[in-house]
Structure formats: C-alpha cells, structure tokens
Design a binder for this molecule. Structure first.
Ligand code: ADP
Ligand code: ADP
Length: 228
C-alpha cells in the first residue's frame, strides 16, 4: 500500500496572466507505507513545491494527491490527520515557548488534552530543558528539533521533512539522522527532500530524483547507486 500517491501533479507559479513559472510538469509518485523515501534533486527542482502542496501550503495547478488513501481535495481533514510536515524555514513566533507551541499545535489538530504527548515529545527531541524558554533564545538546531516535535503532535503515520539538514553542522546532522531512524524503526513512513546524495544514500531505502519539475528516476537506493 502507498502512504502517498501523486498523479499528474502540475504547478505553475503566478501563471494567471500567462508567462508563469512551471515548477512541476505533471509528476507521478508512489511512496510505499513504511519506507524511508528520499526526494533528491538540485535547488529549484520542485522538491519544496511538491511538499508544500501535500502540506496544503501551495495550491496545485493540476493533478491529484492522496495521503494514506485520502485525497487532499476531497478529504482534506483525513489527509491532514495522517501527515506531519517539517518545513524548511525555521520560522517561529518569538514570544512562545516550545511547550506552548506544541500545545497550540495539538489544539489545532484536535488532540484532546489527555491525549497530548507534549512532555514525551520535548524529551524525544532533547528540548526538555528548554521547554519554557522563549523561542528567540533557541539555537538553529533546537528550532529544527522543535519543528520535528511540532509535526508529530498528532502522531501521524507519515513524517515529511523538507531539507532537514540544510545548513546544519555535522554533530546536529548525526543527531537528526538518529532521531529520524528511530521514528522509522517505530513504524513511521519517512519522506525527506535533500540535495545531498550522501544524505539520501545514508538514510533512504528508495530514492526519487527530481529535476526541472520532472521525476527522472525512482528506484531502490542500491539499484540507483549502481547506475550513477
Ligand atoms: P531552495 O531551493 O533552497 O528551496 P528557492 O529558490 O526555492 O530555494 O527559494 C526558497 C523560497 O523562496 C521558496 O520556498 C519559495 O516560496 C520562494 N521563491 C523561490 N523562487 C521564487 C520566485 N521566483 N518568486 C517568488 N518566490 C520564490
Ligand atoms: P526545490 O525545493 O527543489 O529547491 P522549489 O520547489 O522550491 O524547488 O522550486 C521549484 C521552482 O519553482 C524554482 O524554479 C523556484 O524558483 C520556483 N518557485 C518556488 N516557489 C515559488 C514562488 N512562490 N513563486 C514563484 N516561483 C517559485
């Protein structure tokens, strides 16, 4: 079964008056349940656009996408309930603390107070000591870990990370990898975008290569590495 199914997905930015930017040319993509899936490609290839459409942050131009079997247009609530997205940008409300942000996020996803896992999540991403610090005082690495915790408040079966280790030092990269592996080992389907081949090679069992808005390859990592 597929965790994510994308069909003929097309995106033109700012094309209402013609002359728009064609960012996705109508891609098909199947991401199997339980996989650790890498979406690899150079800057500008269309990775973030794909993720942002799944996240409901960007409107598609044509095509369809299903998350855990739920169409993002016909059944947005169920689609949303089954996915957690870690965006690329580290944007936060500076006057909130990690604990507050996780509580607000849980509220938005309709997680009942008695079912919230705020303390567990803070510990899992090693932010327990910073639970009540204002987010403007957090380092870049702490912010990235907080974004992962935020994406997991509703315990989704799919976690998508957009360039999780871009601009991150080696130590933090190792730590993030370890945490992502842990989540995968517990059954979470992981999708990550990256422009580092080494990162996809290290983590992913399957890799799709995206270039100029097209999926140009999609196969098991070992098989792909033999060809390139
Ligand atoms: P990266 O490849 O590192 O994601 P981008 O070139 O895609 O960097 O730019 C980052 C963000 O800037 C994108 O997520 C997008 O929202 C915005 N952006 C990129 N290109 C344009 C553009 N031509 N016009 C408006 N916004 C853009
Ligand atoms: P990637 O994540 O692979 O770096 P993106 O999906 O961010 O690629 O971008 C794909 C293409 O769409 C790029 O040419 C980028 O400049 C363009 N783009 C991205 N966001 C916007 C935007 N908001 N407005 C206009 N063009 C954009």
């Amino acid at each position: 079964k597929n965790a994510i199914e994308i069909r003929g997905l097309k995106k033109v930015y700012g094309g209402k008056k013609g002359g728009g930017k064609l960012a996705l040319k109508g891609i098909d993509l199947d991401i199997p349940q339980g996989s650790m899936f890498g979406l690899l490609g150079p800057n500008g290839a269309g990775k973030s656009t794909t993720i942002n459409i799944l996240a409901g942050l960007v409107n598609k131009t044509e095509g369809s996408a299903k998350i855990w079997g739920f169409d993002i247009d016909d059944n947005p609530r169920n689609a949303r309930a089954n996915i957690g997205i870690v965006p690329q940008e580290l944007t936060f409300d500076a006057f909130f603390t990690p604990r507050e942000m996780l509580e607000v996020q849980a509220g938005m996803y309709g997680v009942k107070p008695e079912e919230r896992r705020t303390e567990e999540l803070l510990k899992a991403v090693h932010l327990f000591d910073k639970a009540d610090a204002y987010s403007r005082t957090l380092s870049g690495g702490m912010k990235r870990r907080l974004l992962i915790a935020k994406a997991m408040v509703h315990n989704p079966p799919i976690l998508v990370l957009d360039e999780p280790t871009a601009g991150v030092d080696i130590e933090l990269r190792q730590m993030l990898w370890e945490y992502v592996r842990e989540l995968h080992a517990r059954g979470t389907t992981i999708v990550l975008t990256t422009h580092y081949l080494e990162e996809a090679e290290e983590l992913c069992d399957t890799i799709a290569i995206i270039n100029h808005g097209d999926v140009v390859a999609c196969e098991p990592t070992e098989q792909l590495l033999k060809r390139i």
